[in-house]
Design a protein around this ligand. Structure first.
Ligand code: SAH
Ligand code: SF4
Length: 351
């Protein structure tokens, strides 16, 4: 495992041309050596776009006048059955943030019932925002074993430029939520958006060092996609262009693969908004997880966290075949019917 300091990372994140190619090559070799060329899937359920928060970048922020939905229990179970049928070994349930009891109890019930229904065959990742430690514990006890909570930026001053200054958007609270998840025994994933207004290479280098310091098991990073109905849209002409943001994302993934060879890293769908082969590029830069969408098609248009989301109209079966072909083409295979836990997490638990 390579040790990098901030200066090394700034240099790597600035690489162009042959240096860029060399970085990608080293990251791919490192991935293959430590965790192989298998891609694990998390069938994504976009459970609800009802959200109590007003993040400046997100299309489903509370103040946006959009049609709000929440899947029925039956719809969630149908997604779970579909995941089983398609051989996706895990589910990821993502949602706008709510912390009322009705919502948190519902998630507990859904998690518990999916575990029962699938005979414990489906692994469950949750991504339902910041919650009290008791709630995270309830969800863990019900059977969720992985949790994604992106820190969005590990630099508080940047965090506060992309969130309103209200008590619902407190950096320390978010950070403490990540610590709670770690202490409860979840496989914890965090991450950041790349190419945000006001974000510098130094911020990104600090983000990488932050992931390393927290020793997280998973990371999900993706390019920032400006949404016209959000406060950050006003800066959209000031951020790096699509190609540069995508390349910067690849450099972040590659650097982190060198720093943390065994973690799980997501090839985010947002990459595909910027380039048709965006997810493949991410896999070749070191990512090993893909989250194919299982949300019923009629709701997907309402979960537009960012615009021009890829695959919004795809049927689950088309998506499965498409992914298989895309991965095969770049020399990767798919680990069907497997949870695909983080090797970084598993090897630590053995210690
Ligand atoms: N509400 C939960 C989970 C859903 S949002 C939460 O916020 O943690 C999931 C992720 O979408 C966020 O963490 C954010 O990093 C990402 N996201 C939101 N708006 C985005 C945008 N405009 N471009 C790219 N990613 C975005
Ligand atoms: Fe809500 Fe998550 Fe969007 Fe923030 S990023 S507004 S918490 S859905």
């Amino acid at each position: 495992m390579e040790q990098y300091n901030k200066e090394d990372l700034i240099r790597l994140l600035s690489s162009q041309g042959n240096d860029y190619k060399m970085l990608m090559k080293r990251a791919l070799e490192t991935k293959k050596l430590h965790i192989g060329n298998t891609i694990y899937l998390r069938g994504l359920i976009e459970y609800s776009n009802i959200c109590r928060k007003n993040c400046f970048y997100c299309g489903v922020r509370k103040d946006n006048k959009i049609v709000r939905y929440q899947l029925s229990d039956e719809e969630v179970y149908q997604c779970a059955d579909m995941a089983m049928e398609l051989g996706y070994g895990s589910l990821a349930i993502q949602s706008g943030e709510r912390n009322d009891r009705e919502f948190t109890d519902k998630i507990t019930e859904l998690v518990f019932n999916i575990k029962q229904r699938s005979n414990n065959k489906l692994g469950i990742t949750l991504s339902c925002g910041e919650q009290k430690e008791e709630v995270y514990k309830e969800w863990f006890d019900a059977g969720a074993h992985r949790y994604l909570l992106r820190i969005e930026s590990s630099t508080p001053s940047l965090y506060y430029k992309i969130h309103p200054q209200t008590k619902e958007h407190d950096f320390e609270t978010r950070l403490n939520a990540v610590y709670s998840l770690l202490s409860l025994g979840y496989q914890v994933g965090t991450g950041v958006m790349i190419g945000l207004p006001f974000q510098t290479i130094e911020h990104l280098a600090d983000d990488l060092l932050f992931f390393k310091k927290l020793n997280v098991a998973m990371v999900g990073m993706g390019p920032f996609i400006p949404h016209p109905d959000t406060p950050l849209w006003q800066y959209h002409t000031q951020i790096p262009d699509d190609r540069t943001r995508l390349q910067l994302t690849m450099k972040m993934i590659a650097c982190l693969r060198l720093m943390m060879p065994k973690i799980n890293m997501v090839a985010a769908t947002a990459n595909q908004t910027l380039a048709e082969d965006g997810r493949e590029q991410a896999v070749l830069a070191g990512a090993n997880i893909i989250m194919p969408n299982l949300t019923p098609t009629k709701y997907r248009e309402q979960y537009l966290i960012y615009p021009d989301k890829a695959c919004v109209g795809d049927k689950p079966n088309e998506c499965r075949n498409c992914l298989y072909g895309r991965m095969k083409k770049i020399g990767h295979e798919i680990g069907y019917n497997l949870w695909g836990d983080s090797q970084a997490f598993l090897s630590q638990s053995e210690d």
